[in-house]
Write a protein that binds this ligand. Structure first.
Ligand SMILES: Nc1ncnc2c1ncn2[C@@H]1O[C@H](COP(=O)(O)OP(=O)(O)OP(=O)(O)O)[C@@H](O)[C@H]1O
Ligand SMILES: [Mg+2]
Length: 421
């Protein structure tokens, strides 16, 4: 921890100390326009593009902070700040492991597999296997229906690996248009194609020293499969528009809800690529195949609702738990999670009954579901913001996007209602 009071010192200090994160007060000059801070921010990021900078600014200058975000700052905190919020923002940047030093995380972290809830043999076996392969460099393929917890397992494997301090970079291969595949994964040089105005790092480069999570790997087009295979075999890649190969040191985790063996048999997925990505194969059973997990999972999601909505008495009747166990849950754990959250948000009572769950579990939420009596619009807004913050790990940008708000609008509400992030 080092405090700098003169802008001229800042660049030199960053060179010397290689901080993991920088807190930058934008209003350090007399006229408090924040212009001095913005200039320093740009200088810092020009010299160290990866440096996580958290801006601090007064409410009157939130606009300035937005400008800073566009310039590459990672977050901003409004003054007067809330200590808890500040610590969370710093922690979030440290967890991303993007610091200049990238080393020296001090606290001992909790068991990364702790959050994976369930008592069924099926789940316990997967967690046990995941625990064993986590410290190795082995590529792991995680299969299972949508919402079974594939990404959760991948994150836990990374967090329990020797690369835990490096980045965890996820890329949804189902969402990358074929023409942008190489740019997205390998990056490009400015001018490599018409829209390539500036150099861009690809996911491999961003994941260097850490883990690359290839989500929806079964959605890859044949041409992209060839390109990916080549990089995995040769352990090097080229940015588009460059000829110099760059070596890569990433661990590959993949996930898909498709049956890759069947795709190989049908000729739509390359066998040699499958062989590369599934040294270890973990399969998450569907929730209906492990109904024992439903009660502990419901309690797990209820516990987080208690904390998040500050309703310590929230509980489920025994009949409600029994009813939940009988549901087929085609959307698996995610569907159960949504059901518990939605019912908790919309219920005015602390005890959640079968009737309340049933009302929320229709395929399409009927209009009446969203007009609970006895809850004010303001209360609903507070609960929805808390729920979205929880789902997004307190990340303001992601939460704002989910709620359809700008970051500034979200901050205003967070402050107005005194919501802890
Ligand atoms: N065993 C579990 N314990 C606690 N939470 C879980 C568990 N399994 C899944 N979840 C939660 O359920 C949600 C869905 O999980 P996740 O996103 O990992 O599923 P997925 O298999 O990647 O789904 P998709 O195929 O749709 O991408 C997440 O919020 C996750 O935290
Ligand atoms: Mg997923």
């Amino acid at each position: 921890m080092r405090s700098i009071h003169y802008p001229a010192e800042a660049l030199a200090a960053v060179e010397e100390f290689r901080p993991d994160v920088v807190l930058l007060d934008l209003n350090f000059t007399i006229e408090t326009s924040g212009r001095g801070g913005m200039k320093l921010l740009r200088e810092l990021l020009a010299a160290h593009p990866e440096l996580p900078v958290i801006q601090m600014t007064g409410w009157a200058t939130v606009q300035l902070a937005v400008e800073g975000m566009k310039a590459g700052a990672r977050d901003f905190i409004a003054k007067p700040w809330d200590n808890h919020e500040l610590l969370n923002a710093i922690q979030a940047q440290l967890n991303k492991g993007g610091g200049a030093a990238g080393a020296s995380r001090s606290q001992k972290e909790a068991d990364p597999f702790d959050s994976i809830t369930g008592t069924s043999q099926g789940l316990k076996q997967v967690v046990e296997q995941a625990r064993r392969v986590a410290p190795t460099q082995a590529s792991v393929l995680i299969t299972g229906e949508s919402g079974t917890g594939k990404e959760l397992i991948a994150e836990a494997i990374h967090a329990a690996s020797k690369r835990a301090r490096g980045p965890f970079v996820a890329v949804n291969l189902g969402g990358v248009p074929e023409g942008l595949f190489e740019s997205e994964l390998f990056g490009h040089k400015a001018g490599a194609f018409t829209d390539a105005r500036a150099d861009r790092k690809g996911r491999f480069e961003l994941a260097e020293g850490g883990t690359l999570f290839l989500d929806e790997v079964g959605d890859l087009a044949p041409a992209a499969q060839v390109k990916l295979l080549r990089v995995l075999q040769e352990r090097q890649y080229e940015r588009l528009g460059e000829s110099k190969p760059r070596p890569t040191d990433v661990r590959i985790l993949s996930a898909t809800s498709r049956n890759l063996d069947a795709m190989v048999a049908a000729g739509t997925f390359r066998e040699d690529l499958l062989y590369r990505i599934n040294l270890i194969h973990l399969h998450l059973p569907a929730l209906r195949e492990r109904p024992e997990d439903i009660a502990p999972l419901a309690e797990h999601f209820l516990a987080s609702a208690r904390r998040r909505y500050e309703r310590p008495k929230l509980n489920l009747t025994n009949e409600a738990v029994a009813w939940l166990r009988r549901q087929p849950f085609p959307g698996n754990v995610r569907q159960l999670q949504n059901l518990i959250e939605r019912t908790a948000i919309l219920s005015t009572e602390d005890t959640l009954s079968v009737e309340q769950l049933e009302r929320q579990s229709g395929d399409r939420p009927a209009a009446t579901n969203f007009a609970p009596s006895g809850v004010t619009l303001e209360q609903m807004e507070i609960r929805m913001i808390r729920a979205a913050l929880g789902r997004n790990g307190g990340e303001i940008t992601a939460t704002a996007r989910e709620l359809g708000l700008t970051r500034a609008a979200l901050y205003r509400r967070v402050e107005k209602y005194g919501i802890e992030t």
